[in-house]
Design a protein around this ligand. Sequence first.
Ligand SMILES: Cc1ncc(COP(=O)(O)O)c(C=O)c1O
Length: 328
Amino acid sequence: MRTDGDPQMIVYFDGRYMPLADARVGILTHALHYGTGVFEGIRAHWDEAQQELFVMRPVEHYERWKQNCGFLRIVVPLSPEELTEITIELMRRNGFRTNVYVRPLAYKSAERVGISYDDENAFALIALPFGEYLAKEGGVHAGVSSWRRIDDNAIPARGKICGAYVNSALASDDAHRCGFDEAIFLNDAGHVAEGSSCNIFMVRKGKLITPPVTENVLEGITRDAVMELAQRELGVEVVERPIDRSELYVCDELLFTGTAVGVSPVTQVDHRLVKDGKIGAITREVQQLYFDATRGHLRTYLNWLTPVYKARMKQEQDHGSLAGIIAG
Ligand SMILES: Cc1ncc(COP(=O)(O)O)c(C=O)c1O
């Protein structure tokens, strides 16, 4: 799916709010040549009945982003809470009343040729209307990629490092050209790692199984949410252990998780049906729970969500305005 931004949409760039059309970087920018940036992906879900936009675990996303920026010694000079405030303000200024994807991006901004980097950094926050990313009636068809997942000692997969996504782009493009909806990466040990932009789980004998975070995968926030929902709400045992490729062919259920994809059932892998080719019971239940939790329908998980419009009204009542943090 393409998600081109409207040029008049408001983004946060260079420390202030401005139209997307004005947020530009120079052709010599270090990150453009060498991939020296770190990004994040956050979703907000619109709930029509409540007339509310709920941002999913923004503080945790910003904590992860700031940690991952450390790989490149990029310092984002705001706290996760301040970044959340800007995110809410972006939604409000754009008047979004639909599902939204937020793309924070921090990068080496020096405009010069030369691979070694200095302390010149910049960051931007962009919020875009964003629909379903990997949804297909009846489930997706995934293919094991001939591209291997990057190893931690090459580029850490646990950080959303811009250059590392060449690995994902190669696998994703190849998968699409081969007729698959998504790629499944094996790591250098030959174990199942993850999708090009999502984590992977399988169900075998009633247990939900996913590779541990030491298998060259992103430490997914949706992965974490799904593990909690399955254990707490369904009483399903969750196991983190290496997964062999051939287990993909004999498992009972298979699913991807991620901010963009949500919970996405996989019903075919490498031209073989997963079990009977129908979406499995645990996948269906987890998918529904995740949908409800992210739309504010489940009281237990309201602490995952930051409501955009009601939070704003309350803050304005409490403080008069938010001028302190938000300039521009
Ligand atoms: C390679 C990769 N794996 C997994 C994920 C899922 O992580 P999260 O659930 O935190 O979005 C993503 C997306 O962010 C990703 O790019």
